[in-house]
Design a binder for this molecule. Structure first.
Ligand code: HDE
Length: 722
């Protein structure tokens, strides 16, 4: 029989490298059909995979065809329920290493030994959309990290936003029902711009801080690789002496925090719905391994009540001005999954997957999550044995008396499955603390049973206002435009007006500027709206809670202050025809030397000639779009480009989205020739022009590093510039 090999080098590379203990573990279950005969699930070699078994060539198919039935039955059951939230996600493998031992504050092994490389699997996700929805939607992003430590699995299941909409887990189903597509017609997909969402939000003052974040550009990230991550809740570190401290977790991307423009995001969703997934995949395949530093904010127990916000309230952050973020280690993602379903889809995170040295706090949102995540895996993965799936199992042995259930994989050789026992010699036995046995932090707890919240939870606006005040002018404009867009989509005027009234409690100017888009005065809204206060309490005595400004502005909250001195991994499109090929090749080389990823785009997909060598063309103009790039350079070819309507979009879009643009040779006046800017326009921020590409290279690199030149924007309603 002829043996045909279609195996990619990628797969064989994976097979060879087994230094990573989790990778070695996954390889035990990794199969590869290269050079193998086709078999049934029972191992029976299959001779004909083209025809079902029939009674005669034109006769009916026989029920006896066990091969047909096996294949179709398996196919019928290929789909599993998607995640109720965070259905759309992308994953990658990597490792984490701590810089120096953190043993003074935590006994977590992976945070104690700088020599240890702990394997990780990370899944990024959107929250609201279905599994097949587009990536560049306005939404919070999940940032879930599974550490395969020598003490078992530790999951840090966070988001790219440091706070959440609600304070108590009991409101989560309400929140998600409100944001998901509306029940009568299942629209809109992966979008919050609809009545049920804003109806709920406008009645929930506690969501106002998170609303500031999700209406900001943080909710349309440029890349998963350029997002911060946050544990959101306050957790606990516990050291070997049993001393506890509060801790908040942060992931700081080494490429800085960058976002898309809203109009750009909506176009990307049409041009490449897999934009973030592809970006992550290609960066890793290209050796541009994404990296984050793990940061911690540590608060001593004695300081628990020192701040005007409650550490247990997940709608509040700790301003970095009050407690600085210490960067304690680095995570690198260096390997794409082998199989999307087996790894990215079947991975099961859980905030309760803990190791000694880390513990929970009493945050009522976290406490509810501790229940939800196992429960959801039972319906999603269908069995209590989901922990045995290769991606979910720890790299250390598992021994306990849990038995049986659907799809049990392990074969327990022990006679006993109970404890205490003598027949099994008392095994598996309880671990002593010195053997690594997990002990919950002995936090003193007392109180009466009550449904309610502590007093500081009722301050819903101070940190929303802090966020708004901390934004740069362009960021504030984007936030206002996002609110104008979202509220503009509402069918019910009363919801819109109640929401604008709410915004006035955050910032009067913000509310007025949103109201301008509807030509209304800011409506007055009476508090409380969420009826979260027991009926026998005077609402005004607790809500709104007196605003206390301890930090006027927090630099860490604005993306204006992020890293802007490098073009590493930025994607640059060079539009070129034969005549500019040599210059394009030079510019490409210079940009790549500085770490950019450059694509050559020509009218048709065939190699161009530089005179000396061929310049390969990555995309024909019609198969790509400038919204998929961070910056655009056009090298000559003006007369050719004029014939292509797509070429005009290739400049008008990046101009509108404030991206760096280089125009060289006879293309130098294309912006004015095409009426994208007025003929009289002088120097435009982020646009560099020159006779040849050499002359503009340095200025172009600086312009690309800046990421965006928002100064170009003007508010069409007021005419105000940034
Ligand atoms: Fe989740 N969340 N969540 N969540 N969450 C899930 O678990 C839930 C919350 C987060 O890539 C589900 O396995 C409740 C906050 C991420 O697989 C589910 C509450 C934060 C992911 C669930 C919250 C998150 C999930 C759905 C309020 C940021 C994706 C599938 C009490 C700190 C993980 C699943 C992945 C997924 C419940 C709130 C982050 C239903 C009840 C706050 C990143 O169990």
């Amino acid at each position: 029989m002829a043996k045909r090999s279609t195996k990619s080098s990628n797969t064989s590379d994976r097979k060879k490298s087994t230094a990573d203990p989790k990778q070695a573990d996954l390889l035990k279950d990794t199969t590869d059909g290269t050079d193998k005969v086709l078999t049934s699930n029972q191992g029976l070699p299959i001779n004909d995979n083209q025809n079902s078994l029939k009674a005669g060539l034109r006769g009916p198919t026989l029920l006896e065809d066990h091969l047909l039935r096996e294949k179709i039955t398996h196919f019928d059951h290929e789909r599993i329920p998607e995640r109720a939230v965070h259905a759309r996600g992308s994953g990658a493998h990597g490792y984490f290493q701590v810089y120096k031992s953190m043993s003074a504050v935590t006994q977590a092994g992976f945070l104690n030994d700088p020599a240890r490389r702990t394997p990780v699997f990370v899944r990024f996700s959107t929250v609201a959309g279905s599994r097949g929805s587009a990536d560049a939607v306005r939404d919070a992003r999940g940032f879930a990290v599974k550490f395969y430590t020598e003490e078992g699995i530790y999951d840090l299941v966070g988001n790219n936003i440091p706070v959440f909409f609600i304070q108590d887990a009991i409101k989560f189903p309400d929140l998600i029902h409100a944001v998901k597509p509306e029940p009568h017609h299942e629209m809109p997909q992966a979008a919050s711009a609809h009545d049920t969402f804003w109806d709920f939000i406008s009645l929930m003052p506690e969501s106002m801080h998170m609303i500031m974040w999700v209406m900001s550009d943080r909710a349309i990230p440029r890349s998963y690789r350029m997002m911060e991550g946050f544990g959101v809740h306050t957790f606990r570190f516990v050291n070997a002496k049993g001393e506890g401290r509060f801790v908040k977790f942060h992931w700081k991307p080494l490429l800085g925090v960058h976002s898309l423009a809203w109009d750009e995001a909506t176009k990307i969703n049409g041009k490449d719905a897999d934009f973030h997934r592809r970006d992550l995949w290609e960066a890793i395949e290209g050796g541009n391994f994404p990296e984050w530093e793990l940061g911690v904010q540590i608060v001593e127990d004695k300081d628990e009540h020192k701040y005007p916000f409650d550490l247990l309230d997940p709608t509040k952050l700790i301003p970095e001005e009050l407690v600085p973020v210490q960067r304690i280690g680095r995570m690198t993602l260096d390997r794409n999954p082998t199989n999307f379903f087996a790894e990215t889809e079947q991975v099961a995170f859980h905030p309760a997957h803990l190791v000694p040295g880390i513990d929970f706090s009493n945050d009522p949102l976290l406490q509810g999550r501790l229940f939800s995540y196992t429960d959801t895996q039972l319906s999603r993965l269908g069995s209590a044995n989901f922990n045995e799936l290769p991606i979910n199992r720890p790299i250390v042995p598992v021994h306990n008396n849990q038995r049986d259930g659907h799809m049990r994989h392990g074969i327990n050789a022990d006679r006993v499955s109970y404890e205490p026992n003598t027949l099994g010699g008392g095994c598996p036995y309880q671990a002593m603390v010195k053997e690594g046995g997990f002990v919950s932090f002995p936090e003193p707890v007392e109180g009466v049973k009550v449904r309610g919240k502590s007093e500081k939870f009722h301050d819903h606006y101070s940190q929303a206002a802090l966020f708004y005040r901390s934004q740069s002018v362009p960021e504030q404009n984007h936030l206002i435009n996002a609110l104008r867009f979202e509220l503009g989509k509402l069918e019910v005027t009363a919801v819109r007006e109640r929401m604008i009234g709410q915004l006035a409690y955050v910032d009067a100017d913000l509310a007025e500027r949103v109201a301008e888009a509807f030509d209304i005065d800011v409506p007055e809204v009476e508090l409380p709206l969420n009826r979260s206060i027991p009926a026998d309490t005077d609402p005004q005595s607790v809500q709104p809670y007196d605003e206390q400004i301890v930090v006027e502005r927090s630099a860490a909250l604005s993306m204006q202050n992020t890293i802007k001195d490098s073009i590493k991994t930025r994607c640059v499109a060079i539009l070129v025809t034969d005549e500019g090929a040599a210059e394009a090749a030079e510019l490409k080389k210079a940009l790549e030397r500085n770490g950019a990823v450059v694509k050559i785009i020509a009218p048709v997909k065939r190699d161009l000639s530089t005179g000396k060598t061929a310049l390969p063309v990555d995309h024909a103009l019609m198969t790509t779009s400038s919204v998929l790039f961070d910056a655009v350079a056009v090298i000559g070819g003006k007369d050719t480009w004029k014939k292509f309507p797509d070429a005009k979009d290739f400049l008008s879009d990046p101009f509108r989205h404030s991206k760096a643009i280089a125009l060289v040779g006879d293309a130098a006046d294309l912006l004015t020739a095409w009426g994208i800017v007025p003929a009289a326009a002088k120097a435009i921020p982020g646009v560099v022009t020159g006779r040849d590409s050499k002359g503009i290279t340095a200025a172009f690199i600086t312009a690309v590093a800046a990421h965006r030149h928002w100064e170009r924007e003007v508010d069409p309603l007021t005419g105000a510039g940034a």
